[in-house]
Design a protein around this ligand. Structure first.
Ligand code: DX5
Ligand code: ZN
Length: 226
């Protein structure tokens, strides 16, 4: 992957639900559209289904980054892949089923990614690192947008960057939750390649300007290792 430039993933969780198409168009310079899928069980909130991904796919050729915060991804992976997801992320906390889930995603020609909750150590994902194209580090507890960064989680970003180097792997590291214009440099310095931002993009007066500013601040502080 070796992304030359840090990517910004705009999380549509923070878009106006009645105006998602308008908001997505306002953030047209975001590299990825991040779609948070919540089932009310894995996390205490409910959000989008495959039909939204299908609708986005009709609107845009942008990279659709689907983050499944659900207890039973088995029932959903095929639907999201058919709807047009480019990448599907499942959580490492589903450990006994994790490798099979990642294989299922790859078998559908999607990029497979694994996510770590704040309380989950990097070690839990160690055995699947060679099987993923991205590792998502949750920097807040999943479930809601607009939360405050848990700073300790950034240590895992650096740990993953070092592990990637020592293992000779090339997965991207994505950070998700609590990103603001004021702190985005900390995520970049820790080693993030893909930065998810919801509130910081869609609550800004000018979402495109917010994306550009997030990207340039992140680039200016990027960890140099790859
Ligand atoms: C939280 C989601 C995040 C969320 C981030 O469970 O996984 O993607 O949208 O929102 P902000 O950027 O507002 O913290
Ligand atoms: Zn997310």
């Amino acid at each position: 992957m070796n992304a030359a430039v840090i990517k910004i993933a705009a999380s549509i969780l923070a878009a106006d639900p009645l105006n998602i198409a308008r908001d997505v168009a306002r953030a047209a310079n975001a590299d990825y559209l991040h779609v948070d899928v919540m089932d009310g069980r894995f996390v205490p909130n409910v959000t989008f289904g495959p039909s939204l991904v299908q609708a986005l796919r009709r609107e845009t050729d942008r990279f659709l980054d689907v983050h499944l915060m659900v207890e039973s991804p088995e029932n959903l992976i095929l639907s999201f892949a058919e709807a047009g997801a480019d990448s599907i992320t499942v959580h490492a906390e589903l450990l006994p089923r994790l490798h099979r889930l990642l294989q299922t995603i790859q078998g559908l020609n999607c990029r497979a990614a694994v996510a770590l909750n704040p309380g989950t150590p990097v070690l839990v994902a160690r055995e699947v690192l060679s099987a993923v194209s991205m590792v998502l580090v949750m920097t807040v507890n999943p479930g809601y947008g607009g939360q405050t960064l848990i700073p300790e989680t950034l240590r895992k970003v650096t740990e993953l960057a070092e592990l990637r180097e020592s293992l000779g792997l090339s997965f991207d590291i994505e950070v998700d939750g609590g990103v603001t214009l004021e702190n985005v440099h900390d995520f970049a310095a820790a080693g993030a390649d893909v930065i998810v931002a919801g509130t910081a993009v869609f609550e800004a007066g000018d979402p495109a300007e917010a994306v550009a500013r997030l990207r340039s601040s992140a680039e200016a502080h990027r960890r140099v290792s790859r």
